[in-house]
Design a protein around this ligand. Structure first.
Ligand SMILES: Cc1cc2nc3c(=O)[nH]c(=O)nc-3n(C[C@H](O)[C@H](O)[C@H](O)COP(=O)(O)OP(=O)(O)OC[C@H]3O[C@@H](n4cnc5c(N)ncnc54)[C@H](O)[C@@H]3O)c2cc1C
Length: 328
């Protein structure tokens, strides 16, 4: 029997104090942490319940951006008029994830920190998983690796990040606000997640006891021309095999700026910077779209069972950009 201390935090400082000791974990909606606890993957010593903290507001910022409280539910964020109007890409990504019931429980902070769905990570019956048990090996490398990474993986880990929301937030240049034992930080989302390297047990650059308090979205030039495309085995209630957040700043049919971020292909949301450069200053033509798509997967190294993701990702990039470009 594994016993846990449970504390309901009174405010953010209280939560941080309680969670600063090793083995302590925040719990938001609990939709990921409790699953992993029940299956024996996560073994927290202390659960710090943050669900009642006053961090659920969604507000306009003076610069034209929006601040989303870390405890806003995925449903509240997806349906909020400010977000739907200014960042439809985010609403599309959120609504493509999980189910209505789960989205009602899941929080923005918890969504960012949900853990990989690699079968070998989520099932402790497999002894080898460097993410779960550092130094034990990676069963996925020689196992059934259909859902795994084709970009940025390491010898230690080929898992992918499962969040749809994180892919859209990366395209929107979100900034993660945190408060921890060392004070407050504003972390651009591009510096928030890590590649696995030799330390796949760490998904992000957060410290022990560091609480996500909010996510800030800067004013976006991509409002009108954006699209989140999710390719999966079932039409709903399934994680992405490949997804693409495509966002375009179009002027007279020419791309002034672009964001192309891939999901389901790497340990973190994979921003395809070279593909964005290919499009910048050009109209969307068959040629520019296919050249950008090829650039998006340059350097891909598939495993035995996921070679198909290379072509799938390219097709998804072309389609997502086309749809984004055609939106009014
Ligand atoms: C059946 C099923 C299908 C799903 N399908 C999808 C899908 O298609 N796409 C998708 O993107 N997601 C999907 N999900 C995942 C779901 O989105 C996540 O479980 C959810 O977003 C996690 O949020 P939560 O608040 O419940 O997190 P919790 O389970 O409470 O926490 C998750 C992690 O985040 C940490 N944490 C939580 N809040 C904070 C905070 N404010 N600061 C610091 N740390 C924090 C916790 O300590 C924990 O480690 C699915 C889940 C299920 C169960």
């Amino acid at each position: 029997m594994h016993s846990i201390f449970y504390d309901r935090a009174k405010d953010a400082d209280h939560a941080i104090r309680l969670a600063s000791e090793p083995g302590a974990k925040f719990i938001g909606g609990g939709t990921n942490l409790l699953d992993l606890y029940k299956s024996g993957v996560e073994k927290p010593l202390r659960l710090v319940d943050i669900s009642r903290l006053a961090l659920a507001d969604i507000d306009a910022l003076a610069d034209g951006g929006v601040r989303i409280g870390a405890l806003a539910s995925n449903s509240a964020a997806a349906n909020h008029p400010l977000l739907r109007q200014r960042y439809p890409l985010l609403a599309e990504a959120l609504l493509s994830g999980a189910s209505p019931q789960l989205r009602n429980m899941a929080t923005v902070g918890g969504n960012l920190l949900q853990r990989t769905r690699c079968y070998y990570f989520t099932d402790p019956a497999f002894a080898q998983c460097n993410k779960r048990a550092p130094g034990s090996g990676c069963a996925a490398k020689d196992g059934f690796n259909r859902i795994h990474a084709i970009l940025g993986a390491s010898e230690q880990c080929i898992a992918v990040n499962p969040s749809d929301m994180g892919i859209a937030l990366t395209a929107l240049d979100a900034v993660i606000q945190t408060k921890g034992p060392q004070g407050e930080r504003r972390i651009p989302i591009g510096e928030f997640y890590r590649l696995p390297g030799d330390t796949p047990q760490y998904d992000t650059n957060l410290a022990q006891g560091e609480l996500i308090t909010a996510v800030d979205l800067p004013p976006s030039p991509f409002g009108g021309h954006s699209h989140y495309l999710k390719v999966r085995d079932r039409a709903s209630y399934a994680f992405a095999l490949v997804s693409v957040a495509a966002a375009l700043d179009l002027h007279d049919g020419v791309v002034r700026d672009a964001r192309i971020v891939l999901g389901g292909v790497a340990h973190k949301p994979w921003r395809a910077v070279d593909a964005e450069s290919v499009l910048t200053g050009k109209p969307l033509t068959d040629d520019s779209l296919h050249t950008a798509a090829a650039a998006a997967v340059a350097g891909a190294r598939p495993c035995r069972h996921n070679q198909f993701k290379i072509e799938l990702a390219q097709r998804a990039v072309v389609r997502a950009l086309r749809i984004a470009g055609e939106k009014a």
